[in-house]
Design a protein around this ligand. Structure first.
Ligand code: FES
Length: 169
């Protein structure tokens, strides 16, 4: 049982399962260094709250990990994998960095925008997809590529994108 605590209404944001998952990460670090678990903890909270992090959630995490609130915000705003506003059921992150750009990321963006009827940074009206532009995702040899939820898709063409999106419910 962890000795990490939350007070007042913040307690309702973390159920027992979430606490247990975060506590497992905290246990990997030396005593008194609970803030070292902030990145995995943000992932856990995001996954458990419809894919995004509200201010009250991040405030609660700061208290739980005994770290300054601003430090949680600094991490959450630095990394593009964290969302600070509501997103669709599925998130498509399209890399437009140098290798992907040289291999057709512009056409990938155009095709996805046209197919879904929304621009980068937006969510479809049915709430199914959010599309966003991201920096290099470390899969340059598979350029152009995108990340759909947790999966990478590489060597994209319009046909391949259609195949992938047709398979998403
Ligand atoms: S430039 Fe796109 S994955 Fe590296």
């Amino acid at each position: 049982m962890s000795d990490l605590q939350l007070t007042g209404s913040k307690e309702q944001l973390f159920n027992a399962d979430i606490r247990q998952q975060i506590d497992q990460w905290v246990a990997k670090y030396p005593s008194g260094q609970s803030q070292a678990a902030v990145i995995p903890a943000l992932h856990i909270l995001q996954d458990a709250h419809q894919g995004w992090l509200s201010d009250p959630l991040m405030d609660a995490l700061a208290e739980y990990l005994s770290m300054p609130t601003i430090s949680v915000y600094e991490v959450a705003t630095f990394y593009t994998m964290f969302e600070l506003k509501p997103v669709g059921k599925h998130k498509i992150s399209i890399c437009t960095n140098i290798s992907c750009m040289l291999n057709g990321s512009e056409q990938v963006v155009e095709h996805i925008e046209s197919r879904l009827g929304v621009g980068l940074g937006k969510t479809t009206s049915d709430g199914k997809f959010t599309i966003k532009e991201v920096e290099c995702l470390g899969a340059c040899c598979g350029a152009p590529m995108m990340q759909l939820d947790r999966d990478y898709h590489e060597h994209l063409t319009a046909e391949r994108i259609d195949q992938i999106l047709d398979g998403i419910s």
